[in-house]
Design a protein around this ligand. Structure first.
Ligand SMILES: *Cc1c(COP(=O)(O)O)cnc(C)c1O
Length: 408
């Protein structure tokens, strides 16, 4: 048997069936009217935000990185919980607009912003995290044409990365951000243009579980922000310290020690250089806020044996949950946390692989895991499905159609 990832805290059985938001998933399957579907738990998200608020210094604002999960009801919930939103495209701009997110709380990062996207963002009063000198020049020219004052920040390509992060976003040659030594000149250009100068965005990596590494990166980011503000001879209204907090997906992963991160950041905040005395700080998080709040549910449509191995064949698959199949940026495939949702309190009885309905051997949700004996009609749950699930999977592949989504 191969181990499964750890099921996140907060999930229990009611009458033997996995419950979310106090109701068994069989209830949510009826509400969805079809399988597969994603359920996102509002309470789970609220609790996660409360834990962060309790651990982090008051001075630190929270932003939500929309690309983790842009489901509109979830965004509406987030407007009650966080101070800002980070988007990465004109498409996400329209989604946050539609969900009623206040646009002056939105910032826009991401390489390759088209002129039409810059125009829409400037018109909406969104802060642009500029990724290059070329993008800055286009933004300034577009604002002039519109007769608008653009709100401009610089995304810095830091000269360090987040150790142990699943995705390195800084350090060395990158398509993201402006290299450190070129930042002061760009800041001067922006301020001379008459734009509203907003500050720095420093994002060094993602999906880290090591609290010491996260704290080190935050300390390095603060030092870099101070140095660049001084060299640019500019005040620093805002500094986005990036994110990086990960969640346990795989066997052996353990949650981030939030208290350690919060205590170390509080100590840094208590000892800031003068140039950062009036700076507003934020972090931007995606998966940490919503990842564990989501569960993907699919129904077993066939049970078969081949060469002595059991396959539970479901109506779901990698077209909805690409990451769980191991095809979204992992080197070695390991099992996400998963379970037979309709037999949630039954002990392990057999080894089985949970697969999807696509005609590819890549379509595997759990490889040789230990499960209770499941049959046609049972529901399987894949956890940690609240981030990079529905919107980060090839839903059109093989014509199976999208999964339903619900916030409960
Ligand atoms: C993707 C991304 C995030 C969110 O990353 P998570 O790992 O989901 O927290 C935050 N900021 C930027 C700039 C990103 O590209």
């Amino acid at each position: 048997m191969k181990p499964l990832g750890p099921i996140p805290a907060g999930y229990a059985a009611v009458d033997g069936v996995l419950a979310i938001g106090g109701q068994p998933v069989t209830h949510w399957a009826e509400q969805a009217g079809k399988t597969p579907f994603f359920v996102y738990s509002a309470n789970h998200v609220r609790q996660r935000v409360a834990e962060l608020r309790a651990a982090m210094p008051k001075r630190l604002s929270l932003h939500y990185a929309v690309k983790a999960n842009p489901f509109p009801p979830l965004l509406s919930l987030m407007t009650e919980l966080v101070e800002g939103f980070d988007i990465a495209s004109g498409g996400e701009l329209e989604i946050v607009r539609g969900a009623g997110v206040p646009l002056d709380a939105v910032s826009f990062a991401g390489p390759g912003k088209r002129d039409v996207e810059l125009e829409a963002a400037i018109s909406a009063g969104i802060t642009l995290n500029l990724e290059s000198e070329g993008e800055a020049a286009r933004a300034i020219a577009i604002a002039e044409k519109l007769g608008a004052t653009p709100r401009l920040a610089v995304r810095v390509n830091p000269d360090f990365d987040l150790k142990g992060s699943g995705m390195k976003m800084g350090g060395g040659a990158k398509p993201f951000g402006v290299d450190v030594e070129r930042v002061p000149a760009l800041v001067r250009t922006i301020r001379q243009s008459g734009a509203e100068w907003r500050g720095f965005h420093i994002f060094a990596g993602s999906q880290a579980l090591d609290a010491e590494a996260i704290a080190d990166t935050q300390a390095q980011s603060l030092a870099l922000a101070a140095r660049l503000a001084q060299e640019s001879d500019a005040p620093l209204p805002q500094c986005n310290l990036g994110g990086g907090l990960g969640i346990p997906y795989f066997p052996g992963d353990t949650p981030v020690d939030l208290k350690l991160v919060g205590d170390k950041l509080a100590a840094r905040f208590a000892d800031l250089p003068d140039v950062l005395a009036d700076t507003a700080f934020c972090i931007e998080l995606g998966r940490y806020l919503v990842g564990e709040a989501g569960v993907y549910l699919a129904r077993v449509v066939d049970r078969k044996e081949s060469h002595g191995e059991v396959f539970l064949i479901t109506d779901g698959g990698l077209h909805h949950q690409l990451a769980a199949s191991g095809n979204f940026g992992t080197v070695v495939r390991r099992n996400y946390p998963s379970a037979i949702a309709t037999r949630f309190d039954t002990p392990v009885e057999e080894e089985a692989s949970i697969v999807g309905c696509l005609c590819t051997p890549l379509d595997k949700l759990a490889d040789k895991g230990g499960f209770p004996r499941a049959d046609v009609g049972d529901l399987v749950a894949v956890f940690c499905a609240g981030a990079y699930g529905a919107s980060a999977s090839p839903a059109s592949f093989l014509g199976q159609g999208p999964a339903a989504e619900m916030l409960v």
